[in-house]
Design a protein around this ligand. Structure first.
Ligand code: ADP
Ligand code: MG
Length: 281
């Protein structure tokens, strides 16, 4: 039961002390969302709301339901219960950068075509892309630093470049909320930094950003709010509210992957103490 409706939106409050606008207008409200695959709940009674212009990170172990949540918000999956409200004046479109593993990159399609797909709802089926449509595509590619790659096949690009093309597609469809599913997995630190710079500039222009990641440090340092998800919402709030030992213990079931001396190690977290399973003594 997906419900799309416009909630009442109060005017934004200006916090004069901080000289910035405080986000107080909900743009996305998810309530009691339950998604079941083959009799097993992947999401169980998930409730949270996102304010207009916020930057939210979703963290949680593999299988926590991060992708399921994004696909359900996008309307690609049907929920068994709950509501999703996308609000705002005018039409608030949702843009989506899917998890890399879920896309067939061998499909022969050019970068321009991928971005143009974002415009198709602005076109009649019999129309050839007009000058204005072409310009919208060019502007979107320019915005993500991919202007020189329009004629390339999507399969020829690096992982970071492909994600930027999908961000351009969201821009071409005039998205106001951008959902990115693990956009940094398999991407080097330079590509990650340039993608973060693109996201920051979009946020300055009012884009709401919801991004899933395994990078707890990035979620902590670069995001206003963190949603800790493991089938249910374990915690939701500012990074310092969420990064508590009890929350992380619940979230990762006592196990937390970490890096030490360039090597992945497993930390065991519980309420009393934590120790490292495979660290050198
Ligand atoms: P995450 O993105 O956090 O790794 P997912 O949303 O992909 O988690 O998966 C959540 C749960 O739903 C997992 O247990 C996964 O095995 C299951 N699941 C995901 N997609 C499907 C599917 N198409 N059919 C059946 N089960 C699925
Ligand atoms: Mg996933």
């Amino acid at each position: 039961m997906l419900k799309l409706e416009a909630p009442d939106r109060p005017a934004p409050q200006i916090n004069t002390d901080a000289h910035r606008i405080v986000h107080t207008r909900p743009i996305l409200k998810v309530r009691g969302l339950t998604v079941i695959y083959n009799g097993e709940a992947a999401l169980d009674d998930v409730t949270f709301s996102v304010q207009d212009g916020e930057r939210i990170a979703i963290i949680g172990p593999n299988g926590a339901g991060k992708s399921t949540l994004m696909k359900t918000i996008m309307g690609l999956l049907q929920a068994q219960a709950g509501t999703i409200e996308v609000g705002g004046e005018g039409t608030y479109r949702l843009g989506y950068v899917p998890q890399h593993e879920g896309v067939d990159w061998g499909f022969p399609v050019s970068v321009r075509d991928v971005v143009m797909m974002g415009r198709t709802r602005h076109m009649r089926w019999y129309q050839w892309p007009s000058k204005a449509q072409q310009q919208a595509v060019d502007a979107a590619l320019e915005r993500v630093g991919m202007a020189d790659f329009g004629e390339r096949q999507i399969g020829e690009l690096s992982g970071g470049q492909r994600r930027r093309v999908f961000i351009a597609r969201a821009l071409a469809q005039e998205a106001r909320i951008l959902l990115l599913d693990e956009p940094f997995s398999g991407v080097d630190t330079r590509a990650q930094a340039s993608m973060m710079a693109v996201l920051e500039s979009l946020q300055r222009d009012g884009m709401t950003i919801i991004l899933s990641t395994h990078d707890l440090g990035l979620a902590f340092s670069q995001f206003e709010k963190v949603l800790a998800l493991r089938k249910r919402v374990i915690a939701y709030g500012t990074p310092s509210d969420v990064y508590r030992q009890d929350v992380l213990a619940q979230l990762y079931g006592g196990q937390l992957a970490a890096w030490q001396d360039g090597k992945q190690v497993t930390l065991f977290v519980d309420d009393q103490h934590h120790h490292c399973a495979d660290c050198p003594e």
